[in-house]
Design a protein around this ligand. Structure first.
Ligand SMILES: O=C(O)CCC(=O)C(=O)O
Length: 278
């Protein structure tokens, strides 16, 4: 795989799709863990999370079957060079977009870092298709090149992010409709593929007008010097982290970013973990 070319495309267009990267066996094993949890589970608390979208966070705590989605070598070979060569997992969620869901509000994923754009992305997202992603079932929609936009430019004529967060009841302003004058790409891809995109690229989950749910596993990575969205030190038990491969432990913060970011009372954070079982 030509990772250098993929990185160039990330820099110019803002996203790439790697088709059929995860073998079907791994996809199904992960679904066997997630499907029973989603069955009958709650939906989102506001329009942004999605009134007809189910989400689970801190996924690596659930099962080793989910770990390959967070530490895939080809994904990390694209992501790390874009994040100062060292990254952490900042969010680790699954989003199950149910039939009838409307499109999300357009947003960028690293907007809460208060440095004005245009600027480099401080995070890079990956969305693994756990179903075939189609325009009709809610494939992620992206505005190519929008990671280069400044503060003064936002997608126009569509539901805005603040409105989506403040909307706590279904029935308010909807996400249907496309921004005026901007090209939108739906990340259509077969199950087992992965979309990788810059954290400052404008995007949204599409609406689902089919009769079946659309499941995506969504690891987001941030520069290793930035604060992560999820606090994995609190959400994933240390006994579970102790069982993980070293690469995943490091991605969850059990590592030092030179010269000493992340130390635990003066020691390497791995020293805080209990012994591995068996
Ligand atoms: O599920 C998707 O396709 C994208 C979701 C997303 O962008 C988000 O929730 O931040």
């Amino acid at each position: 795989m030509d990772h250098a070319a993929l990185i160039e495309t990330m820099k110019t267009r803002g996203y790439v799709i790697l088709e059929n990267l995860m073998p079907e066996r791994e996809v199904q094993t992960a679904r066997d863990v997630l499907d029973p949890i989603f069955a009958g589970g709650p939906t989102g608390r506001n329009q942004f999370e999605g009134f007809k979208t189910q989400r689970i966070y801190s996924l690596p705590k659930l099962s080793p079957a989910l770990w390959p989605f967070f530490m895939h070598e080809d994904v990390l070979k694209v992501v790390k060079p874009l994040l100062w060569d060292d990254c952490l997992i900042t969010a680790a969620l699954a989003a199950n977009v149910l039939p009838g869901e409307q499109p999300q509000a357009f947003h960028i994923d690293d907007g809460f870092y208060p440095i004005p754009r245009p600027r480099p992305a401080f995070s890079v997202g990956a969305i693994w298709a756990m179903d075939d992603f189609t325009f009709e079932n809610g494939a992620t929609q992206l505005i190519p090149g929008s990671h280069l936009w400044g503060e003064d430019r936002v997608p126009k004529g569509v539901l805005e992010l603040d409105e989506a967060f403040q909307s706590h009841q279904p029935g308010g302003k909807t996400g249907w409709g496309d921004p005026e004058g901007d090209e939108i790409i739906a990340a259509e891809m077969p199950r087992g593929s992965v979309l990788i995109f810059m954290g400052n690229l404008w995007h949204r989950a599409g609406g689902n007008v089919t009769g079946k749910a659309r499941l995506g596993i969504f690891p987001q990575y941030c520069a290793a010097w930035a604060r992560t969205q999820e606090n994995f030190f609190l959400s994933i038990p240390k006994e579970t982290v102790a069982e993980m491969p070293p690469e995943l432990q490091a991605l969850l913060g059990y590592n030092i970013h030179p010269p000493f970011m992340g130390h635990a009372g003066g020691f390497h954070p791995l020293k805080t973990l209990p012994p591995k079982r068996g």
